[in-house]
Design a binder for this molecule. Structure first.
Ligand code: CDP
Length: 202
């Protein structure tokens, strides 16, 4: 079965947690596409070359989760050459046999417009900054400023800007706990899988 769940949204909205839970629940593989851009951002040198030479082992680096890596990622992610070099890998992952969950910024709009399920996970900047601050610590006001700066860059870029696909289900997690957010996402996927199975029988 080929079945893609595309999960897009701004920084620290809960995409990662939801994606991992959906993948585990349905036995799908999961790709956090933000890691690809984070690797390119922290590698240094020519970003396009770093994107073309990306190896699976790079995703295991332990310096990818910092605020600085997030900022570096969002800067290189605005470069068309970088995005282009990463498209094929993501498309193959999305349409491989067995079901896949990909989370990022442009999965439902650019990488896999044919995805069976598209979710746009969001929350207010303050709530997202608070969650990120709980992970990384430091000065919460600075974390909020970083989140807003990255949102503006990701939404404002010309190539593959962050936005909800027209046919995405929007999940605002501002007032939701993890269980409710995961439950909402799983229910959308479940409905689509059931519909697909019914269509297959008729
Ligand atoms: O975890 P968080 O939501 O903070 O960020 P991430 O998903 O790891 O993404 C880091 C940066 O990579 C984002 O701010 C985007 O600029 C870029 N990115 C992108 O352009 N396209 C994607 N599909 C995924 C990430």
């Amino acid at each position: 079965m080929i079945f893609t769940v595309a999960i897009d949204g701004p920084a620290a909205a809960g995409k990662g947690t939801i994606s991992r839970a959906v993948a585990a629940r349905f036995g799908f593989r999961h790709l956090d596409t933000g890691l690809l851009y984070r690797v390119v951002g922290v590698k240094g040198g020519d970003p396009a070359e770093a994107a073309r030479s990306l190896a699976p082992g790079d995703l295991l680096r332990d310096d990818l989760r910092t605020l600085e890596a997030g900022q570096a990622a969002s800067r290189v992610a605005a470069l068309p050459e970088v995005r282009k070099a990463l498209v094929d890998f993501q498309r193959r992952f999305a349409r491989a046999e067995g079901g896949a969950v990909l989370d990022g910024r442009d999965i439902g709009t650019v990488i896999c417009p044919e995805a069976e399920v598209k979710l746009y996970v969001t929350a207010s900047p303050e709530v997202r900054a608070h969650r990120r601050w709980l992970e990384v610590g430091g000065d919460e006001a600075r974390v909020l400023a970083e989140v807003k700066e990255r949102d503006a860059r990701d939404m404002g870029r010309a190539d593959a800007p962050l936005k909800a696909a027209a046919d995405a289900v929007v999940i605002d997690t501002s007032a939701m706990g993890i269980d409710e957010a995961v439950g909402t996402a799983c229910a959308v996927v479940e409905r689509k899988l059931v519909k697909g199975a019914q269509a297959g029988r008729t």
